[in-house]
Design a protein around this ligand. Sequence first.
Ligand code: NAD
Length: 439
Amino acid sequence: MTRPQQLSPAQFADRMLAAGQRRGYLVYEPSTRALCGSHSLFQELADWLLDEVPDFQAHEAMFFEVGPESGLLMTAFVHDTNRGQAQGGLRRWAYTDMESVLKDGLRLSAGMTRKNALAGLWWGGGKGIIAQDESSSELAPEARAVAYREYGSFVSSLRGCYLTAEDVGTRPGDIAEIFRSTRFVTCIAPEAGGSGNPSSMTAAGTVCAMEAALDFMQLGSIAGKTIALQGTGNVGSAMIPLMLERGAERIIAADISSERRTALLDTYAGEPLEVRSSRPGDLDLLAEPCDILAPAALGGVLNPKTIPQIQAKLVCGPANNQLLDAGRDGAALEKRGITFVPDFVCNRMGIVYCCNEQYGYVNGDPMIDRHFDRAWSGGIFKTTRRVLELARASDCSAVDAAHHLADELAKRTHPIWGHRARKIIESLVVDRWERGKVR
Ligand code: NAD
């Protein structure tokens, strides 16, 4: 029989239902270092993750549910909740097999732990994925609304150990659907008391990190620089005006979406912006002669194939998990003398902007604005410099330096709530969450 990790998401959902399991989980027990599955199907995945997948980093739990009406595979990855509830956006994406779903979820949720810790937030790291098959067509509007409402109910069933938000494939309208069925979601619409789409903040944070890195490299400012921007979605498109305002000499932007390309050409006619067409998986832009390369599409783009081709002196972009293999590819960039700002150092503002919605809003919110303050030791500018300085002083890659700083901070337990989300997970296990009534 095909091993579960080799099944496509839809085949895995079918296998779950055939086994009478609409829900399933994997929960890690640190004292025994055991990863326990709720059913033999999940135990098979657990054994494989423990034995063969380095991306499994003692993640506290992973939850799976087949949407009752949509039939889609919904997942929540909870990495580390020492600093608070696991917080991280919901990705809806097409995957070849469960191996790629699991690896993506494991890496993204661990990245959120580091991002939140380094930003000084009292949140743990998590990530949600609605996994579709590569052959599946885009959901019709009503089916899409159903899927996101189901995801909200799934999150509610997890009792707050994971809070969801926006990520690739999930738009503000989808968040509104999630909010109909759970309170454990951020990035909700301002009309409903939320902070809305965080992408322009993420863009501003990334540009701030770029400036810090240029300062560290003694290369001045963005003025006069050529920037290659891969992906002009929510974040990439919001970076363009910021870089133009700062006097960028030329921006070469690529996207697979003709709609986005046309919108850019209309908006920036007469500006030094060149818009190129791209295909899914196309990485040609990474080899472009430029000063700064900004990956703003998907992860895994910095790898043994692309790194030798890179001509930029600095790589700094918002896409999560740009290094295919953090250790190997971080060292390869270092060896080539390319300064790299790890994504979780520069793209924190999306989560900073939305994660404290329940505390309300004030004008010129200092809890948000201070992240842009060049003088604040916890801000993006100084944090970026600290990472690059540590890498230089320790003769290690920037990603290793950033991991070191973030992992130390991630060990601190929430000053009021302690390790409460871990207790929520234990309660879910005791209460047989996997057998719970699914609405
Ligand atoms: P998005 O889906 O709005 O934009 C991604 C864009 O990349 C799309 O326009 C897509 O067509 C394009 N793309 C995909 N493959 C491409 C390729 N091979 N070449 C060129 N373009 C390609 O997503 P987003 O919200 O802009 O996020 C971008 C990245 O930043 C993601 O990795 C996301 O996880 C990360 N991120 C986003 C936020 C946020 O606030 N939105 C916060 C932190 C991190």
